[in-house]
Design a protein around this ligand. Structure first.
Ligand code: UT7
Length: 334
């Protein structure tokens, strides 16, 4: 990408609900077991919103923490983009609610719908806007309340999802200080049926019958999604490395979307990437959709797993299908 300005990540933050739902808890609700969930997915616990708590509460906290980490005031933000499919309201957007709560009064704020890839789609959008001189600073979030779209009568899906929010602050800089080496996004709408909420949108607004059938909640053809996730994140990674002109061995940390430990292992194998260099926290949070990558990024920085200046590779895959990559480094430690 040829651009006027460089772009760098200068802060990260995350927030998850306090309430925890364990595999043991779920085995009392549906016919499942800790053994099945652990071995098939890698998940042990997930953090879930309590009644009265909402996506906007998590997003506000994650945004404030990222701003504090970056040493940036909310009024300095030009763009506030939130990747989400679980906004508090159908409209207005989650982003404008967060804008108001954090006091980002000089920003343009909007949501972006790309399911689990929403954060990387937002990162690419913000990067392009800052690199072309349309603003100085951006806040990009992935923020989800997926448990509000989960059918707790369906064991195929209810064990997978958790709630959470992650944020990064981006800043336009001198091209020589640029630390975002590449971003790439793709989608394939011909496979939309494999992962979706079949009803409850404007085509089939919710009725008591729809609620009873669970069709307003997440449906997924798990095995198909698994296969496409490995294939598409794999090709996204290869393209990102090629574009940036660096070898897989030079990447110091891989942060894939946290959907299934077995997906991450298959992906690492395909890329000949040692598992020690793959960041995983799915055990604690489950699949938090668009929030999974920025939560993992913030946590990895806190644990010292993101080495200053060393390239890290972010990879996402989700409903749509959508997928994407970002290859970047972060100078500052947390
Ligand atoms: O974030 C967006 C991207 N999402 C993903 O990437 C998710 C991708 N898919 C997956 O991670 C996996 O496909 C799942 C974890 C969803 C399912 O794992 P699987 O190994 O593909 O299992 P399966 O759906 O083929 O089911 C195998 C068996 C079935 O029983 P039978 O038909 O063999 O008797 C299921 O009924 O496991 C059964 N099963 C369960 N058993 C206990 C499915 N869910 C459960 C459960 N507890 N929770």
């Amino acid at each position: 990408m040829k651009s006027e300005y460089g772009v760098r990540v200068i802060g990260t933050g995350r927030a998850v609900p306090d309430r925890i739902l364990t595999n043991e808890d779920l085995s009392k609700i549906v016919d499942t077991s800790d053994e099945w969930i652990s071995t098939r997915t890698g998940i042990k616990r997930r953090h879930v919103l309590s009644e009265g708590e909402n996506n906007s509460d998590l997003a506000t906290l994650a945004a404030e923490r990222a701003l504090e980490d970056a040493g940036v005031k909310a009024e300095e933000i030009d763009f506030l983009i939130i990747g989400t499919v679980t906004a508090d309201l159908i409209f207005p957007s989650l982003a404008v609610l967060v804008q108001d709560r954090i006091g980002a009064r000089n920003a343009a704020a909007w949501d972006l719908s790309a399911a689990c890839s929403g954060f990387l789609f937002g990162l690419q959008q913000a990067r392009a806007m800052l690199a072309s001189g349309q603003g100085q600073k951006a806040l990009v979030l992935g923020s989800e309340a997926l448990t509000r779209l989960t059918n707790y009568r369906d064991r195929n899906t209810c064990v997978l999802f958790g709630d959470g929010s992650g944020a990064v602050v981006l800043e336009a800089c001198d091209p020589e200080e640029n630390t975002i080496l590449s971003t790439g996004i793709r989608s394939d709408g011909s496979l939309a049926d494999l992962l979706k909420c079949p009803k409850g949108g404007t085509a089939d607004p919710v009725t008591p019958e729809i609620i009873e059938s669970g069709e307003d909640k997440i449906h997924m053809a798990g095995k198909d999604v698994f296969k496409h996730a490995v294939r598409n994140m794999g090709s996204a990674a290869e393209k990102a490395l090629e574009e940036a002109g660096i070898k897989a061995e030079e990447v110091s940390l891989l942060i894939p979307h946290q959907a299934n430990t077995r997906i991450m292992e298959s992906l690492a194998k395909r890329l000949a990437f040692p598992m020690e260099k793959v960041y995983m926290n799915i055990e604690e949070y489950g699949n938090t959709s668009a929030a999974s990558i920025p939560i993992a990024l913030d946590e990895a920085r806190e644990k010292g797993r993101v080495k200053p200046g060393e390239p890290i590779l972010l990879l996402a895959f989700g409903g749509g299908f959508t997928w994407g990559s970002a290859l970047l480094s972060i100078k500052e430690t947390k």
